[in-house]
Design a protein around this ligand. Structure first.
Ligand code: ASP
Length: 425
């Protein structure tokens, strides 16, 4: 038991992934062993995914309310807040459209025949039905209004839940001292939910093993190849975000040498890649932005902390890409309207995702459900999520540092002399 926990989680997950394929593939070739087929093991993966779904509502609710309320004062939202929020949303949109473009162009799910995955017929019918019941614009607007918050939570209807959470956060800020007890509840609730997520994440090796064995056993090598392509595209998208969007922001808006910026955040890059958690990396990101990049303490603590919760462009890009992957694998036709829905929900999902490992996987529930992509896609990609999560998180964290630096330069809170020069390192 001790030896098990002594191995870092990500290593256990990778081991489970390899073992799942090594056992699942020959199992699929043989067919049935002792009366058991590869589909029978899927139940373990289903349990894992059910636990993940359990986290969606409380995680978004607590982390978003606490995130908004932690701004501290409505006026503080002023010059720094608006700039940061604007950059978060604009780059989030760019990221999700990048994911959609890569997914449309490269067709990563094209090599998979999802119908051979032996899905429940009613689940597919349900996806189809959602697809057909296209909504009018006014219906879509009305759906965003959380007319009954409890109902919204019971239905795991994330969009109105986000609206509700934002309103509660603003209400807490407006209530000032009187709102403090409620703020405490949300702050501690958010920490508690992160711990609960850690518990669920301990199930990952088992879920990954079962899901990979099932995928390799029922879909064979083509599916594994398609998943490999998805991983590659996820990395490509993340590199493009870092190399184009962030580097562009640093060079053209903050007007700083790009190389020095990335040298300054090397520690944060290393920690984010190995932990797959923006939150866990937060102290390192703060230190890098303050000491190496010369961002003032007030701007960095506000922008970087808020960014660790809501600025997740790697996650936004991935949500776009993964939705197309699922749609292609299961033959769901997406319209332009669906693309727009994905872009909005992808950005909101990235905002709502907590900065912890696997949060992006949880947010898939939100986007897939809205455009009729079967939730089985989550089972398909869950086995390789960790490898992609590491790169998403590095992208998210680099983004927090890039936005903090850019906002600081725009508001005169950047000490340019402080920026480590290339020669000092
Ligand atoms: N793990 C990511 C983060 O902490 C979120 C995600 O799963 O995409 O930033």
């Amino acid at each position: 038991m001790k030896a098990w926990f002594a191995i870092p989680l990500w290593q256990r997950v990778i081991g489970a992934l390899v073992l799942g394929i090594a056992i699942g593939y020959p199992w699929g070739q043989v067919g049935s062993i002792g009366g058991l087929e590869p589909t029978d093991i899927k139940i373990i993966g289903d349990i894992f995914i059910a636990f993940i779904k359990m986290l969606v509502v409380p995680l978004i609710f607590f982390s978003l309310v606490a995130g908004v309320a932690s701004i501290g004062d409505l006026r503080k939202l002023g010059s720094v807040g608006w700039r940061a929020l604007l950059i978060f949303v604009v780059t989030g949109q760019m990221a999700v459209w990048l994911g959609l473009a890569i997914g449309t162009f490269a067709q990563p799910g094209g090599g998979i025949n999802g119908s051979s995955m032996q899905l429940d017929a009613d689940k597919l019918a349900e996806a189809q039905e959602r697809q057909e019941s296209a909504k009018s614009f006014s219906e879509m607007i009305l759906e965003v209004v959380p007319s009954s918050p409890v109902q919204v939570m019971a239905d795991v209807n994330v969009l109105p839940l986000i609206v509700f959470s934002l309103l509660i956060g603003i209400g807490i800020l407006m209530a000032k001292e009187d709102g403090e007890p409620v703020l405490k509840i949300f702050e501690s609730g958010s920490i508690v939910m992160q711990r609960v997520t850690m518990i669920v994440m301990e199930l990952t090796p088992f879920g990954v093993f079962a899901l990979m064995a099932w995928v390799a056993g029922t879909l064979g090598l083509e599916a594994l190849q398609a998943l490999g392509i998805l991983v590659f595209l996820n990395y490509l998208g993340c590199f493009l975000i870092i190399g184009l969007i962030y580097a562009g922001m640093i060079k053209f808006i903050a007007k700083l040498p790009v190389i020095d910026f990335f040298r300054g955040i090397v520690d944060a890059i290393a920690v984010s890649y190995s932990t797959a958690s923006s939150n866990a990396t937060l102290p390192v990101t703060l230190r890098c932005t303050q000491r190496n990049l010369g961002v003032s303490n007030s701007v960095s603590s506000f922008v970087v902390s808020l960014g660790a919760t809501i600025n997740m462009n790697g996650t936004a890009m991935y949500l776009g890409l993964a939705t197309l992957f699922g749609a292609q694998a299961f033959g769901v036709d997406l319209t332009w309207g669906d693309y727009i829905t994905i872009s909005i929900l992808g950005t909101l999902g990235a905002i709502g995702a907590a900065g912890i490992p696997g949060a992006g996987l949880i947010m898939m529930v939100l986007v897939f459900g809205a455009v009729g992509v079967p939730l089985e896609t989550i089972a398909l990609v869950a086995g390789i999520d960790r490898i992609m999560d590491m790169m998403r998180t590095t992208t998210n964290v680099s983004g927090d540092a890039a936005v903090a630096t850019t906002v600081a330069s725009l508001t005169g809170e950047l000490d340019r002399a402080e920026l480590i020069s290339a020669d000092d390192v």
